[in-house]
Design a protein around this ligand. Structure first.
Ligand SMILES: [Mn+2]
Length: 300
């Protein structure tokens, strides 16, 4: 490939990359822009903080090459030994039963606790706040188990809601109800995340889910915490980058990538037709195995 030497030099080093709410498999996903961005950096650790593949809206008809190429790129990182954490969200909750799964440098989990420069950093998607927003503050008092309890409550409420013929409760509906309530919701979300983080003695809390990129300190009478949100790749095209001890909120700018084009000829030719999230997961595992076999062979 002609890009090799020059592009490698230009790749920006990042200690930790956090992206969320990519929603691969939906029309709104800016996969090409994301791919240009991913190709421009060289991360040591990658945290995919939920809703990366949208398995609710996943349709057999819409799975463009650029979407598969994003997965390819991430798998390539895994096969090169880049640490990749896949944290589940509500649109990829089918993966929640795979929490604890490890393969090479890939790991699936529901939440993650990292020590970054002695800063206890708590990372999770955030949909667990949806159905319990008003009551979740007391969960803070339950300490470390509070989050697991939230996951259970959320699953139970959604199960019940679907059983009685309703829909799963989702944030997008709250947003459609008006900007005012959306602003209130976002504030409440950020405040709840901060409260629970402070209660547990975490210095930094990182969420996704509300598609609202953010980086700010939240103070409460009990202390303060750095609240970060990686935003999304539907509207904001944003990410979080941690490098040399500092967090930065990245915003995609088309002008930065004017000369780059995405060569789609290397992607899979067939459109993937899958019945559900489990099939997609199996297919991604297959991709991963193929990619790592290739690496093993070529390193011999
Ligand atoms: Mn979400």
């Amino acid at each position: 490939m002609p890009e090799n030497e020059e592009l490698k030099k230009r790749k920006r080093r990042v200690d930790v990359l956090v992206i969320s709410d990519v929603h691969l498999g939906t029309y709104g996903c800016h996969a090409k822009e994301l791919l240009k961005y991913l190709k421009s950096i060289k991360p040591k650790t990658v945290i995919l903080n939920g809703d990366i593949i949208d398995m609710w809206q996943f349709s057999k008809r819409y799975w463009p090459k650029s979407h598969m190429m994003v997965i390819h790129h991430i798998i390539k990182w895994v096969s090169k030994g880049v640490k990749v954490h896949y944290i589940t969200g509500n649109h990829d909750e089918m993966l929640r039963k795979f929490a604890g799964f490890k393969m090479g440098s890939l790991e699936i989990s529901n939440k993650l606790l990292l020590d970054l420069n002695d800063q206890k950093t708590w990372i999770f998607h955030g949909d667990v706040f949806d159905v319990t927003m008003e009551h979740s503050r007391w969960l803070a008092k339950l300490g470390a188990h509070g989050y697991d309890l939230l996951i259970l409550i959320n699953a139970a409420v959604n199960w019940f809601s679907v059983k009685v013929g309703g829909e799963k409760l989702s944030l997008s509906k709250n947003i459609k109800n008006g900007v005012k309530s959306a602003v209130k919701f976002i504030n409440q979300f950020e405040q709840t995340a901060a409260d629970i983080a402070i209660e547990n003695g975490y210095e930094t809390v990182i969420c996704g889910h509300i598609h609202q990129p953010e980086m700010r300190t939240i103070s409460t009478p009990k202390g303060q915490v750095q609240y970060l949100n990686s935003g999304d790749w539907i509207e904001n095209l944003s990410a979080l980058e941690y490098h040399k001890g500092t967090w930065r909120l990245y915003h995609y700018q088309e002008a930065d990538f004017q000369d780059e084009s995405i060569d789609e000829t290397h992607a899979e030719d067939e459109l993937l037709a899958m019945k559900d999230g489990k099939d997609l997961f199996q297919s991604i595992l297959g991709e991963f195995q193929r990619e790592s076999n290739y690496v093993i062979k070529s390193s011999k």
